[in-house]
Design a protein around this ligand. Structure first.
Ligand SMILES: C[S@@+](CC[C@H](N)C(=O)[O-])C[C@H]1O[C@@H](n2cnc3c(N)ncnc32)[C@H](O)[C@@H]1O
Length: 358
C-alpha cells in the first residue's frame, strides 16, 4: 500500500497527520492518515491513482510546520535473529518496484526509543548493511556518488524494519529534523538553542552571513534572561532587549545590549532595524499581529517569533495565525517569505520566520 512515514514531535501526531492530509489535498492528492500515538510517527496513505512518490514531488517539506521529516515507504520486512542484512536484501529484491538512486543509507529509530541495545545495534548495523546492499546492487557502487535519494531504514524494534527512501531536495536538513546543537556554558538560557535551530532551519546555509553578519541591529522582545539576545550578540549585532525581567549580567557587560524595561507589544524602534525576535508567551494571534505591524511598517526586515499554541487546537490555531500573517502582510502590500516549523527545541510552541522581500 502506498505510504509516507511522517516524523513529528511525540504527542503531535494528529497535527502532523492533519497537516499532511490537508496540504496533499490542496495539491490534488487525497488520502488519510493513521497516527502512531505518542511515537512521533504518522502513516499517510495517498489514494490511487496518486502515489507516495507523487506526494514527494508535489509537496515540499519546508512548507509544512508539524512534519519534521518524512520518507516514502518501500516495504516492511520481518527481521530474523540471524542474517538481518540478508532479510533486507531479499525484501528489497522482492518489491517489484524501483526507487530513485541511493548512494547511502540512514538507520533511524523512533525519537523516544528507550532501548539502548537497539540504539547500539542501529549504529553498528549501518556499515554491514551498506556493504551488503551495495554488493547486491541496491545502493550505488560509489558511496560518494551524488544521488537523488537516500535509502532510509527505520527500526521500530529488533524484529521488523521499515525500508524507504527520502529525496535529497525534499527532506529535513538534519535526520529526523533533529539537529545536535551544543549549549555553551556562557549561554544565559536553554532557549538560546531555539533561535540557533531556527536560523539553521530557515536561512539558506550558504547565505547565513548575509542575514546575520555585518553588525546588524536587532530588537529582542521578551528577552530575559537573554538566551536569544546572546545569540544575536554572538553574531555581532547591537541589540535592544525589551523585558521587565532582569537580563543576564555577563551578557550586559558585552556592551552590545541596551535593556529597555517596557511592554514588548507596545515598544517600537525609532527607525527601521534588521531583526525583530520575540519569545513572549502570550496569545499567538497577538504575536502574529505584532509581526505584521513590524514588517508592514518597515520596522524590521527579518523576524523570528514563537507562537504558543493552545492544547487540542494547535493545528487550527496555527491556521488562524497563518491567515493573520498572510492577509496582514498582503494588505500592507509587501513581498515576504514566511516559514514556520515545530522545531526540535520547541515544546508547545512553533517558531516562525518571515523576511521582507522585494
Ligand atoms: C520564554 S521567556 C524568554 C526567554 C528568552 N528568549 C531567552 O532566550 O532567555 C519570556 C519572557 O517574556 C517576558 N514577557 C512576558 N510578557 C511580556 C511583554 N508583554 N513584554 C515584554 N516581555 C514580556 C517575560 O518576562 C519573560 O522574560
Amino acid at each position: 500500500m502506498e505510504q509516507i512515514l511522517v516524523f513529528c514531535r511525540p504527542g503531535f501526531e494528529t497535527e502532523a497527520g492533519r497537516e499532511v492530509t490537508d496540504s496533499a489535498a490542496e495539491r490534488g492528492i487525497f488520502g488519510y492518515f493513521e497516527p502512531v500515538k505518542n511515537q512521533g510517527l504518522v502513516r499517510f496513505y495517498p489514494a490511487a491513482p496518486e502515489t507516495a512518490d507523487d506526494v514527494m514531488v508535489r509537496l515540499m517539506l519546508d512548507e509544512l510546520v508539524f512534519v519534521r521529516d518524512w520518507i516514502v515507504v518501500l516495504g516492511e520486512f520481518s527481521l530474523p535473529d540471524t542474517d538481518r542484512v540478508g532479510a533486507v536484501i531479499e525484501g528489497l529484491r522482492g518489491l517489484g518496484r524501483g526507487y530513485p538512486g541511493c548512494a547511502r543509507l540512514e538507520v533511524r529509530l523512533s525519537e523516544n526509543n528507550a532501548d539502548g541495545d537497539l540504539g547500539n545495534f542501529a549504529r553498528k548495523w549501518v556499515s554491514p548493511l551498506s556493504r551488503g546492499l551495495r554488493g547486491a546492487g541496491l545502493l550505488e557502487a560509489d558511496q560518494n556518488a551524488s544521488a537523488p535519494a537516500r535509502l532510509e531504514v527505520f527500526l521500530p524494534d529488533f524484529a521488523s524494519v521499515v525500508v524507504g527512501y527520502s529525496l535529497a531536495d525534499n527532506r529535513a536538513r538534519y535526520v529526523g529534523g533533529i539537529p545536535r546543537l551544543r549549549l555553551p556554558a556562557s549561554a544565559p538560557s536553554r532557549s538560546a538553542l531555539k533561535l540557533e535551530e531556527a536560523w539553521k532551519v530557515f536561512l539558506p546555509p550558504e547565505q547565513e552571513l548575509d542575514y546575520l553578519g555585518g553588525g546588524k541591529k536587532a530588537a529582542d522582545l521578551g528577552a530575559a534572561p537573554g538566551g536569544w539576545t546572546w545569540q544575536l550578540v554572538r553574531q555581532g549585532m547591537m541589540v535592544t532587549a525589551v523585558d521587565n525581567g532582569p537580563m543576564n549580567a555577563e551578557l550586559m557587560a558585552s556592551g552590545q545590549v541596551e535593556h529597555v524595561e517596557a511592554d514588548g507589544y507596545g515598544w517600537r524602534p525609532k527607525r527601521g532595524i534588521d531583526w525583530m525576535v520575540c519569545d513572549i508567551v502570550d496569545q499567538p494571534r497577538k504575536t502574529a499581529k505584532l509581526a505584521v505591524t513590524w514588517l508592514g511598517e518597515g520596522l524590521c526586515r527579518y523576524t523570528v517569533f514563537n507562537l504558543k499554541l493552545p492544547m487540542k487546537k494547535r493545528y487550527d490555531e496555527w491556521l488562524i495565525c497563518r491567515d493573520i500573517l498572510v492577509n496582514g502582510l498582503s494588505a500592507a502590500g509587501i513581498g515576504f517569505r514566511l516559514k514556520a516549523r515545530h522545531l526540535y527545541h520547541d515544546r508547545e510552541e512553533i517558531t516562525c520566520f518571515i523576511e521582507r522581500t522585494g
